[in-house]
Design a protein around this ligand. Structure first.
Ligand code: TXA
Ligand code: MG
Length: 340
């Protein structure tokens, strides 16, 4: 059998951006950089193009896509914004915040998995903003990885996972934030809910709205989640190596353990060193930790340890540590179809 060619990585020159904008308008897929993670984009108003996203990722059609916008005018074309949504949009857009709102008829069911709501965000990555403008269409884009694997934060990660399933990847450097956007359900503006923690923290949302923004399921596993946010599956960001999440890891525990198991800390551990010791940020800065999280999981995964032990991030109860621990928990969850 002949192999399909590998996707081309395009630098963000004006000529390349114009070419990729034309490809998107023709219904083709383009992997794009965002400030959170790389996305696999298609014209959000073209149902056939959006169905190609699900095919390329191996993603179930029941998992809705986020629509990326260039302007507030585009927001009103795809969603019905309310005052709370406009307040958050003015405060945090362009940036890593996704709002779930009632949808307009222009958005195909393929994008929303048949839901009457649509998830929208205005990304801040300058190359994606230019592409959105040139293309003139809102772009539906999930993370640009095979369904269930670790989200990509570089163009090479995208090529590793989807290289033979797509043709175009726009190079935009390493993602500055490194974890997916915060998602807030604003279908009922009086009862905002946090569906997915991200770099815009719960505390910031509450300050901006002046009301509490409870997490969909504070502290507990998936109960009730599937009806409201169908895509928020328990295991979603997993490396191939089994991951065990720990509240605290002692140096003694690491020293007792064989070298074929890896240990990942948020900060560089002072009393440990070796080929099986890793950290997310030298000083334990949480922004740096989030930025490096998926890249580090990929790097450790490639070394084929028997297990990865990870120590949870410590931090404010409504801050960035929550988002980091959410991704770590998902990486550590049991594979699909197996009992917990
Ligand atoms: O940072 C991000 O949000 C990245 C970049 C590419 O923008 N995108 C991303 O997409 O993380 P994805 O597909 O991995 O996550 C989309 C999630 C869905 O799984 C679902 O949980 C939620 O967004 N979602 C989308 N549409 C929704 C809707 N109508 N109602 C509720 N949740 C929705
Ligand atoms: Mg994803």
């Amino acid at each position: 059998m002949t192999q399909r060619p590998t996707a081309r990585i395009y630098r963000g020159t004006p000529g390349n951006l114009a070419r990729l904008a034309r490809a998107l308008r023709r219904g083709e897929l383009v992997a794009v950089p965002t400030e959170t993670v790389y996305g696999l984009a298609a014209n959000a108003l073209d149902a056939r193009a959006c169905r190609r996203i699900f095919a390329a990722k191996g993603r179930p059609a029941t998992d809705p896509l986020i629509v990326h916008l260039h302007s507030l005018q585009q927001l009103s074309e795809v969603a019905v914004p309310n005052a709370a949504a406009l307040r958050l949009a003015r405060r945090f857009w362009p940036g890593p915040l996704t709002l779930v709102l009632p949808k307009r008829a222009s958005v195909p069911d393929a994008v929303t998995a048949g839901l009457p709501s649509v998830a929208v965000r205005m990304p801040s990555h300058p190359l994606l903003r230019r592409l959105l403008k040139l293309c003139g269409r809102p772009l539906a884009a999930p993370s640009a990885n095979r369904f269930g694997s670790v989200s990509p934060t570089t163009a090479e990660h995208v090529r590793d996972g989807l290289g033979r399933r797509i043709r175009h990847i726009l190079e935009g450097g390493a993602s500055a934030i490194g974890i997916e956007s915060t998602i807030v359900d604003l279908r009922d503006p009086r009862r905002p809910r946090l569906l997915r923690p991200g770099a815009i923290a719960q505390a910031e949302l509450e300050r901006a709205l002046g009301v509490r923004v409870p997490a969909l399921r504070p502290g507990s596993p998936v109960r009730g989640r599937s009806q409201i946010a169908p895509g928020l599956l328990q295991r979603h960001y997993s490396p191939k190596t089994p991951v065990t999440l720990h509240r605290k890891i002692s140096a003694a525990a690491v020293k007792r353990c064989p070298l074929n198991e890896a240990w990942l800390f948020v900060a560089r551990p002072r009393r440990l060193a070796g080929t099986n010791i890793f950290w997310l940020d030298p000083r334990g800065n949480l922004r740096g930790a989030a930025r490096n999280l998926f890249r580090r999981l990929r790097e450790i995964d490639a070394k084929k340890f028997d297990r990865i032990h990870v120590e949870r991030a410590a931090g404010e109860p409504k801050g960035l540590a929550v988002a980091i621990n959410d991704r770590l928990r998902r990486a550590a969850a049991v594979p699909f179809g197996q009992p917990q």
